[in-house]
Write a protein that binds this ligand. Structure first.
Ligand code: C2E
Ligand code: MG
Ligand code: MG
Length: 559
């Protein structure tokens, strides 16, 4: 097929124009379907990505169908047929398709029909947008995105001579805003915060939106004193200068940072260290600035390259990783009814390292697939014998987006269940806010697949960000686990009381179970009983312990 046969009125230049436009957008691939001849023209980048040999293809549907993930095939055929007939499709459509590296990426469909008035031929311009290629700017706040943060950090580390500081902050209690005032208002707050930050950027400092209500700053040529002053100014802006719809909103933050001097190492290592400092600030230091370098000197002798070692451990068949279990109890009588599997890593000379230090960063890396499956397999093997003592005992396992996104995960889970003889009904998979980069449609498909085999799903750390509400509203979850931040100090905090009450009520009305995390004392347990949640979990019953301890606890309760 030649250009002049395909394009009416001899529009030979159309392919050149479309190719030029397509080359400007790295994340999209263009096709034009001639509705008279039914041949399709494919842009150069589409041909490269999908390995199509000619610019003109007689049956593009068949050529592309080979790349579609089998589970999405039906939806793909349905969507293409409807769009070709000129019908609109409600809602967002996401299909997984294979690309050159044989990995599946998520694609959204955009189709526009146009008619050439001179010859009356109809064309459909079809754009497949690769949702796995993430943009440099955050759509909500217009700040630089998390993807740009990763690439900038790598570059700046290699280029900067002298001191470099990385600061990461989290707005505390943001969940309260989200739930009480709604997502639209909360998003407006984030936009105002971003606006205040944009004005602070210069050639030596850049700000990036991270997950949910977190922001990161890369500060070049920044000494320890200037880092502290910068952080104080950020704190002051958020507590004094944010106005939304004429209302002053005073925001509190937690903050973690690291200072790098002549560092030329791995950027992902730095990311986990900052994440660790931030978590430490929230959990142990009432949100005060924690600088990772001080922590290293003060507490453990953590080597700055610790994360590299942890990463290598996954490649070495998860050497050094093991699983501990924290009991989950019936809220009414405190009897142990299940447990949550929690991964740990330990190796000399580093000692025992908690997941808060590595999981956030690991979850951005594909090796999390192997680590997550290691935890699942270990948990199924460990818990299976306990079913003889307590047949209904359930195990909750944290699942990351890196597992859910892989097509082979479905088969891997079913195979693990078969090999261990573990009943699917006794397994519950926990998803967190950290799945937020994942289209909710795909989460729903995966969840429904596993549920059809009997596995239950819980929304973990509910309320810590807007994505968890989005998932709960659109995906048929079986359980909500309320984040500890709601439970800590609840007796003195009427806002948290109202929130926990309404979330438990909402779950009960929607047929979901609830688990309150962070129950640390008997007093708190007794107080929380009136809320009517299904399960409790917390240090009051037990810290995470080896499987042998869980067995002892179960046997002592049984006898
Ligand atoms: P999570 O899933 O919300 O797990 C609960 C965390 O709260 C655990 O921290 C547990 O030790 C801690 N915790 C439980 N009760 C109490 C309490 O009464 N007081 C206090 N202060 N803390 C309590 P841990 O083990 O450090 O895990 C942190 C997070 O790391 C987990 O939060 C989970 O999101 C992630 N994680 C752990 N194991 C895995 C895993 O195998 N895969 C994935 N993807 N994530 C994991
Ligand atoms: Mg969990
Ligand atoms: Mg949790």
């Amino acid at each position: 097929m030649r250009n002049d046969q395909f394009w009416s009125s001899g529009s030979n230049c159309i392919p050149a124009i479309l190719n030029t436009v397509n080359n400007l957008s790295e994340d999209s691939y263009f096709f034009a379907i001639n509705m008279k001849s039914h041949w399709t023209w494919c842009s150069e980048s589409a041909r490269r990505h999908f390995e199509i040999s000619d610019a003109y293809v007689e049956d593009v549907m068949a050529a592309l169908a080979k790349q579609v993930y089998p589970e999405d095939m039906e939806e793909y055929n349905w969507a293409v047929e409807r769009r070709i007939r000129g019908e609109d499709i409600e809602g967002e459509l996401c299909i997984r398709m294979k690309g050159i590296q044989n990995d599946y990426d998520m694609f959204s469909f955009h189709m526009d029909r146009y008619r050439d008035p001179e010859v009356g031929a109809d064309y459909i311009l079809w754009v497949l947008k690769n949702e796995n290629i993430l943009p440099d700017f955050d759509a909500l706040t217009d700040l630089y995105s998390k993807t740009k943060y990763q690439s900038d950090l790598e570059r700046v580390i290699q280029e900067t001579d002298g001191c470099l500081a990385i600061l990461k902050i989290r707005i505390e209690g943001f969940n309260t805003l989200n739930i009480i005032y709604g997502t639209a208002f909360a998003n407006h707050v984030l936009q105002e915060v971003a606006l205040a930050f944009i004005f602070k950027m210069d050639e030596n400092s850049a700000v990036y939106r991270q997950d949910g209500e977190k922001f990161a700053f890369i500060l070049k040529h920044c000494s320890r004193d200037s880092l502290i002053a910068y952080e104080q100014r950020v704190r002051q802006i958020l507590s004094e200068e944010i106005y939304v719809e004429g209302q002053h909103i005073s925001l509190k933050i937690s903050s973690g940072a690291i200072i790098l001097e002549h560092y030329r190492g791995d950027a992902s290592v730095v990311q986990s260290q900052v994440a660790y400092a931030l978590n430490h600030s929230t959990r142990e230091h009432q949100g005060n600035l924690i600088i990772f370098n001080d922590e290293v000197q003060l507490s453990r002798h953590v080597d700055l390259d610790l994360m590299k070692v942890i990463h290598q451990s996954v490649r070495d068949n998860c050497k050094g990783f093991y699983v501990e279990y924290q009991p989950v109890v019936n809220s009414k009588n405190s009897a142990i009814v299940g447990a949550e599997a929690l991964v740990r890593w330990s190796m000399e000379p580093y000692g025992k390292v908690p997941p808060g230090m590595f999981i956030e960063w690991m979850e951005t890396d594909s090796s999390m697939y192997d680590l997550g499956n290691f935890v699942l397999r270990t948990a199924l093997n460990d818990i299976k014998p306990l079913l003889e003592i307590c047949p209904k005992f359930f195990i909750n396992v944290n699942i990351s987006a890196r597992q859910l996104e892989r097509p082979e995960f479905r088969g891997a889970v079913l195979q693990m269940l078969e090999e261990t003889g573990f009943p699917a009904e006794n397994l519950c998979m926990e998803l967190t806010e950290r799945c937020r980069d994942f289209p909710v449609e795909i989460i729903r498909k995966e969840v429904e697949f596993f549920q059809s085999h009997g596995i239950r799903f819980a929304m973990d750390d509910y309320g810590t960000g807007s994505a968890s509400s989005d998932i709960v509203m659109n995906v048929p979850m079986d359980e909500i686990k309320l984040d500890m931040s709601f439970i800590r100090g609840i007796q003195e905090n009427p806002k948290n009381q109202a929130m926990v009450k309404s979330i438990v009520e909402f779950a009960n009305e929607s047929g979901m179970s609830t688990c309150l995390e962070g129950v640390e004392t008997e007093d708190l347990q007794d107080y929380l009983r009136s809320y009517g949640a299904t399960w409790f979990q917390g240090y009051y019953y037990s810290k995470p312990v080896p499987i042998t301890e869980v067995e002892k606890l179960l046997r002592s309760q049984d006898g």
